[in-house]
Design a protein around this ligand. Sequence first.
Ligand SMILES: *Cc1c(COP(=O)(O)O)cnc(C)c1O
Length: 235
Amino acid sequence: MERLVMTPGPTQSSEEVRGALSIKNTNTDLDKDFFKLYNDTCKKAKKLVNSKDSKAIIMLGEAILGLESACASFIEEGDRVLCIDNGIFGRGFGEFTDMYGAETIYFRSDYKRGIDVDELEKFIDENGPFKLATLVHCETPTGITNPIEDICPLLNKKGIISIVDAVSSYGGEFISMDEWAIDMLIAGTQKCLSVTAGGTLVFLSNRAVEVLENRKSSVKSFYANLKNWLLVMEN
Ligand SMILES: *Cc1c(COP(=O)(O)O)cnc(C)c1O
C-alpha cells in the first residue's frame, strides 16, 4: 500500500530525490567531482535565502545539529543570550544555549501570534546588552511566522548576533538574509525541500564568521564546531 506522509516534516520525498539517492557513490573524501558538486549545491542553497555574502555549509545530521552547532560555536561561558520564545522550538533553543554555558534571558510572548517588534525593542533596552539572540522563523507546531524582516535588522542595530531557526520555512517562505542582516540561518532538508531527513544547511554572514574567528575560548565540540568547516569552505 502507498502511504502518503502528511506531517510537516519529514515530508514525502519526490521520486527525483529518491532516484538521486541511488546514484553510485565514490569516496567523497578524495573525489574532486564531489567537492565541485558540494560547492555548487551550497551556491544553489544560498539562492533560497537570497544571499551573495554568506557562507553556506551543508552538514550531515538532522537540523538539530545546525541549532547545536550555533550554540557550540558562538557561545562562550557566561555570554548573555536573548532567547525569543513564542513557541515550542523558540523555548527549546534556550535549553541548548544553557547547555553551552550561556546566561539565557527569555523574551516570552503569546504563542498564537508573531513577535511584536516594538515590545521586543523595549525589552532589549531594559534587559540588554546581549551577545546573541535565538529566534524561530516558522514555529512549526502552531504554524505562525515571526517577522524576521523586522526583528533581525533591529538586532543588528543593537549589536546582537541573530541566530534564526528557519528549519521549516526555508524553501517555503521568502527570506532575504543579506538585506535583513541575518547572521546565522539554519535550515533542514526534510521539510519544504522534501529531501530525506538527516541533512542541515547553515548560512553564516561575514559578521558571524568574524565573531567565530575572534572567539577567545576554544569550541567545546568537534562535530558541531563551525570553525572547522570554515577552514575548508570555498563558497
Ligand atoms: C523540524 C524542526 C526542527 C528540527 O529539525 P530535525 O531535522 O527534526 O532535527 C527545528 N526547528 C523547527 C522550527 C522545526 O520545524
